[in-house]
Ligand binder design. Structure first.
Ligand code: CO
Length: 463
């Protein structure tokens, strides 16, 4: 009987997709020991947004959060999402920073690091993968899924082969926009399964309503691990429900390790928390609904809402249809980048600019220029020659791995921070989110000083 493994996303992607990553540690702490004994393959608990939100909004040290989760969940593998050379952000970091970050993620408790690059340029993930393996964790390498004439099954299969050579412990198909159809999932999982001898993971979102069907067809084609969210934090822009898929797959004869009684306990724990977020408005019921627009326009839901609000702000919402027609042309001119952050913003803004200015590429965005220069990596297809000329003039684009041009940074930043940083983890938080970390360090210090005064007062009282 074929076994299907489950990765629970409530602590990361579900939290990020539904409530903008505003779930503080204290609120989910009480569920950790239960999640630990449910029978999950892994629990996703860290990524760019969780890290940022801890420092920016929740007053939490993300590293400390990771250590606390690890202590309460010794039996379930902890998992994070990493953007290769971009770590948790959108710019390229030098190799020494990437290695340090991965090292500390693993020593603080991470077991599986899912590593991807927005352009699927494997040069941008090789250092992170190498360090992950060196530190004894599993590198689950992800394909950023997209559709285009240059993204063929053969190319995806070849990518999977290259990822296996790099030392991948599993291959993840990452459908960040929830646009992968059941038929496409079936074909893609089959193609990857035929090419490599590794577990295949499917990550998708319910946004367009396809996810349950897509996962089922992926499992039928041999997918081994699926990402799901406990039911009260599932659906809409989040993952499909853990309990539902466990129930359906068991009935179809698949082996599932999850204990439904424990799943119920987890869901009972999170339900009042969900209701609280609904009551405060942090959870907008809209994001829990099905929205098929992404299928019509072939662009992710988040990108569409961004375009609409940008056009509204410019008093040009009447141009929406034109911009939506221009978007695939810009994407084609840029060599079909997957529409994931930061490419989705880049393509959307350039399409809107082309329409509003009334001439294609008269104004070219700074990011598009950097992309043409090769600073994000290699475009999946050819960049339009006219656009290249307009963007770069006589400048020659970079063809090497962009991070090869970057100087080591960690020791320099560490020296500059001095005792503001208590440890290497602080230095890494600062490198990832400088202003936010700085503010966090100052507030932390203030809290500690207040605590110290308080202790002295109590001692005096006892005298
Ligand atoms: Co996701």
């Amino acid at each position: 009987m074929k076994k299907v493994h489950f990765t629970e996303t409530v602590l990361r992607d579900a939290n990020q997709s539904l409530i903008a990553t505003r779930l503080p540690y204290d609120k989910f702490e009480g569920a950790l020991e239960t999640i630990n004994k449910a029978g999950y393959y892994s629990a996703e608990c860290w990524g760019g947004a969780t890290f940022d939100s801890c420092l920016r909004y929740l007053g939490e040290d993300p590293w400390e959060r990771l250590r606390k989760i690890k202590a309460k969940m010794p039996d379930t593998k902890l998992q994070m999402l990493l953007r290769g050379q971009n770590l948790l952000g959108y710019k390229h970091y030098p190799d020494d920073v990437v290695r340090k970050f991965v090292e500390h993620a693993v020593t603080n408790g991470m077991d599986i690091i899912r590593i991807f690059d927005a352009l699927n340029d494997l040069r941008n993930i090789e250092v992170a993968v190498d360090e992950t393996i060196k530190r004894g964790a599993m590198a689950s390498i992800a394909i950023s899924y997209t559709q285009s004439p240059v993204h063929t099954m053969e190319k995806f299969a070849q990518m999977a082969k290259d990822m296996q050579k790099m030392g991948a412990g599993s291959i993840c198909i990452k459908d960040m926009a929830g646009v992968m159809s059941p038929a496409e999932a079936h074909d893609l999982v089959s193609a990857i399964k035929d090419s490599v001898d590794l577990p295949v993971v499917l990550h998708t979102h319910c946004t367009t309503g396809l996810a349950f069907m897509t996962i089922l067809k992926a499992v039928e084609a041999g997918a081994d691990i699926i990402d799901t969210a406990i039911s009260c934090f599932s659906g809409g822009t989040s993952q499909p429900a853990t309990e539902t898929l466990a129930y359906a797959l068991k009935q179809l004869g698949y082996e599932v390790d999850l204990d439904e009684k424990v799943l119920k306990e987890i869901n009972d724990y999170f339900k009042p928390i969900r209701d609280e977020f609904l009551a405060t408005g942090t959870l907008d019921p809209k994001v829990m609904a099905t929205d098929t627009q992404a299928l019509n326009y072939k662009i992710p839901g988040g990108m569409l809402s961004n375009l609409i609000s940008q056009l509204k702000a410019q008093n040009a919402i009447d141009k929406l249809e034109e911009v939506l027609l221009e978007t695939p042309r810009v994407r084609e001119d840029l060599g079909y980048p997957p529409l994931v952050t930061p490419m989705s913003q880049m393509v959307g803004v350039q399409a809107a600019t082309n329409v509003l200015v009334g001439e294609r590429y008269k104004n070219i965005g700074k990011e598009v220029k950097a992309y043409c220069r090769g600073e994000y990596g290699k475009a999946p297809g050819e960049i339009n020659a006219d656009l290249m000329k307009k963007a770069l003039g006589d400048e020659t684009p970079v063809t090497c791995r962009y991070a090869d041009l970057l100087e080591p940074e960690f020791d320099k930043v560490k020296a500059t921070l001095g005792d503001v940083a208590k440890n290497d983890e602080d230095v890494l938080s600062y490198i990832a989110f400088p202003q936010v970390a700085e503010k966090f360090f100052a507030e932390r210090k203030e809290k500690e000083e207040r605590k110290a005064t308080y202790t002295i007062e109590i001692m005096e009282d006892n005298d």
